[in-house]
Design a protein. Structure first.
Ligand code: ATP
Length: 268
């Protein structure tokens, strides 16, 4: 049976100055050490990038924070709440949400329907979870979803089928979905991948608007121009370990970082 998600189970604390605090985190897959004794924090309001060559462990960090996998060792706090052993589906109640490299919107549904499906994570009872939204005229979630779309400049797409929309618009709708779920810490996995320059600009503006609303972003991104334009702090991983941390301008001069990227097509 699908468990109901109580919106009051854990209230994200406004007290912690850290949106995310990871300490001593390790994870192996069949003997391969993907993450090794990793510690870093994301202060509230400080847009942070997690960078590193292919296979460095960036997506694994997202999977561990969102609870797709359990850690072998270490501790993860979101907004001051220990989520280390918390089931994945409950972690949204602490304020963390993520977007994926491959957009997980349902292509055959409308934009609004996709957002309403996403909002079901906020359902506080089984009844609310299974109430078909069409049966509830003027439903609050529907209104909130339309408002969020308008606010993001995407209002005209509300009733369009997702499959018919350009990729850049779908990516931004995925962002609206994550914020509607009540997140104040958004983990974005390669948000700019596959976007053309004008779509990238629209995404950047969208992210800056979220930052201005107080949402903290943790971004995995290979496009360093994009990272430079929105991120104040950068954490660099290599073979699952943190090898550098700080502003991109400083980090990219670090010999360890330069060495990590040698032989790859990427640049830090
Ligand atoms: N489910 C899994 N099973 C086995 N190995 C895994 C699994 N997930 C990740 N790994 C391994 O963990 C290491 C880190 O992978 P991860 O995908 O986190 O790297 P990444 O930095 O996100 O790479 P990329 O930039 O290519 O997406 C790799 O060696 C990868 O093969």
């Amino acid at each position: 049976m699908t468990a109901a998600i109580s919106s009051t189970a854990v209230s994200p604390t406004a007290i912690s100055p850290k949106a995310l605090a990871i300490s001593g985190m390790s994870k192996s897959f069949a003997g391969v050490r993907a993450i090794r004794d990793l510690s870093f924090t994301v202060p509230k309001g400080v847009t942070t990038a997690l960078i590193g060559p292919n296979g460095a462990g960036k997506t694994t960090v997202f999977n561990l924070v969102s609870g797709v996998y359990g850690v072998d060792a270490g501790r993860i706090e979101v907004n001051g709440v220990d989520v280390t052993r918390m089931p994945s589906r409950r972690r949204i109640t602490t304020g963390v949400a993520r977007s994926f490299q491959n957009i997980r919107l349902m292509a055959h549904l409308s934009v609004l329907e996709n957002l309403l499906v996403g909002q079901h994570v906020r359902a506080s009872s089984l009844g609310a979870l299974f109430t078909p939204y069409r049966l509830v005229p003027g439903h609050r979630w529907k209104r909130e979803a339309r408002e969020a779309l308008e606010e993001s400049g995407l209002g005209r797409y509300a009733d369009e089928t997702v499959a018919a929309l350009p990729y850049g618009v779908r990516k931004r709708i995925d962002l609206v979905r994550a914020t509607l779920a009540g997140a104040n810490l958004l983990m974005l996995d390669e948000p700019a991948a596959g976007l053309n320059p004008s779509e990238t600009n629209a995404l950047r503006d969208h992210l800056k608007a979220l930052m201005a609303k107080g949402i903290t972003l943790l971004v995995v991104e290979h496009d360093m121009h994009f990272v430079e334009s929105i991120c104040e702090n950068v954490v660099v991983l290599n073979f699952g370990e943190k090898i550098a941390e700080g502003p991109l301008s400083r980090v990219r001069q670090d010999p360890k970082v330069r060495e990590a990227y040698i032989g790859t097509d990427e640049e830090a």
